[in-house]
Design a protein around this ligand. Sequence first.
Ligand code: ADP
Ligand code: MG
Length: 249
Amino acid sequence: MKEQIQDDAMIRIEGLHKWFGAFHALKDIDLDVARGERVVICGPSGSGKSTLIRCINRLEIHQRGRILVDGIELTDDLKRIDRVRREVGMLFQNFNLFPHLTIMENCTMAPIWVRRMPLEEARKQAMHFLERVRIPEQADKYPVQLSGGQQQRAAIARCLCMSPKIMLFDEPTSALDPEMIKEVLDVMVDLAKSGMTMLCVTHEMGFAREVADRVVFMDGGEIIEANAPDDFFRNPRSDRAKLFLSQIL
Ligand code: ADP
Ligand code: MG
């Protein structure tokens, strides 16, 4: 079932198109993300960043082109979708923790029920990742008892408990108060430096400069340019990227 491709593209997107009804949201997107590569996607609101990232774990369905994740092509086949989702952790703007479960339970539920991990092992693993995101003392609290920054770090720990090969981030700090942004970015920098393959929609250009191998700029459903961060920030090629950077930097 798995047509393993013989290269190290972790994500391969070829000629991707997506329509919402008559609206053409993604136009002929080509993008490869190599194993261990960290790619930041930026661009104005409405440019298709979330739609693109959501296509990668099939929260949105594309109509043309191909998406392969670790060699598995995304099609209607539910088994494939399930296999891709097991490899991909996704972090949204709004944390999406289960409100009725403690942080520990949030982190152990999927490993126990999806991976059949024994409870004690799942708890040990959860504690390990909660320490890594620096909130071990919050394990027995409910999400509502945590600050936004702590909730987002808990959400990262929960993803890590499923041993993802790829992490997708969709503006993970944009709903946070300014003083909490850094604590989440610090955890993301850590993760980036650990060798995780990351595709990250963010306007945190400090983060992009520090860890991104490439910055992809989107506008109007297209990739307008993609370059190393230094190059992109110092010498944006397109007028649209210049305008965008002048507005956010
Ligand atoms: P971004 O994340 O870059 O702000 P999005 O990917 O959310 O942009 O949206 C890209 C475009 O697609 C926008 O014009 C948006 O209004 C439209 N869009 C997104 N989701 C839907 C949907 N479910 N139905 C119709 N249009 C949508
Ligand atoms: Mg978005």
